[in-house]
Design a binder for this molecule. Structure first.
Ligand code: HEC
Length: 222
């Protein structure tokens, strides 16, 4: 009974404008209350086209009310994050993602190997939202990426650059022009990312687009 009430409370919160604000610059652009810049629009086009992002971070036909996830699981081949203490506390730890969970369930354990390394496609709404401009966010299941530019560059060049000779951080990998080996080598998606052929300006446009997804946009005098 009490659990039912808790579930109803959470459902009411999840359905409320508090967690479904849809007040980003992107959302307001559909209501004529904001206008995306040319670079932001180009970024959205690349997101749906050459960047292949929308294959997982799904968008609706017209774009409006997109949730930017298709709720599936994938292994993008993210490296271990040497700055994440979980790897120091548990030497040799590997995050098997969905496979690691399925392994613990006798009824699903047989499906574990084909799901090792897969993580749920997150929404990209509010992906750049932060409490203050200097607040550093961390992206990916283990926080490997500290910047949107870094993760977009990884999508673009994962399979083009040489493998770093060790567990490099994002900053070290960018400086050395390499990417470390994946945390989980099994089931890495090579069909939809790794070598997208985007220019640096294309990457910047995608990042500019991602920054339009933060709720609470003030359209000012537009
Ligand atoms: C094959 C499916 C797939 C494609 C294609 C894809 N993504 Fe993702 N994306 C994911 C998954 C799965 C994760 C979580 C991965 C992890 O944590 O290991 C993710 C994570 C992210 C994150 C981190 C979000 C967070 O809150 O930590 C960003 C940003 C992102 N993707 C942007 C993009 C962009 C931009 C593109 C296109 C260049 C793209 N994605 C293409 C599946 C995909």
């Amino acid at each position: 009974m009490v659990y039912d009430l808790i579930a109803l409370t959470i459902a009411a919160f999840e359905a409320s404008p508090e967690s479904n604000a849809f007040t980003s610059k992107f959302d307001l652009s559909f209501k004529g209350k904001a206008r995306l810049s040319q670079e932001e629009r180009r970024g959205f086009a690349l997101f749906k086209g050459q960047g292949k992002c929308a294959r997982c971070h799904a968008v609706t036909a017209g774009g409006e009310k997109s949730l930017f996830t298709d709720f599936t699981f994938d292994n993008l081949g993210l490296p271990i994050n040497p700055e994440n203490p979980v790897y120091d506390v548990n030497p040799g730890f590997v995050d098997l993602g969905l496979g690691g969970f399925l392994k613990t369930r006798p009824d699903y354990a047989a499906l574990a190997p084909e799901n090792d390394g897969k993580h749920k496609v997150p929404t990209l709404r509010n992906v750049d939202k932060r409490p203050s401009a200097v607040f550093v966010k961390a992206y990916g299941h283990n926080g490997y990426f500290k910047s949107l530019k870094g993760i977009v560059h990884f999508y673009n060049t994962r399979d083009v650059k040489p493998v770093c000779p060790g567990d490099y951080t994002e900053a070290e990998a960018l400086a050395a022009n390499c990417w470390p080996a994946p945390e989980v080598a099994a089931n890495v998606n090579t069909a939809e990312l790794g070598n997208l052929g985007l220019t640096a300006a294309d990457e910047d446009a995608i990042v500019a687009f991602l920054k339009t997804l933060s709720d609470g946009y003030d359209p000012g005098g537009q």
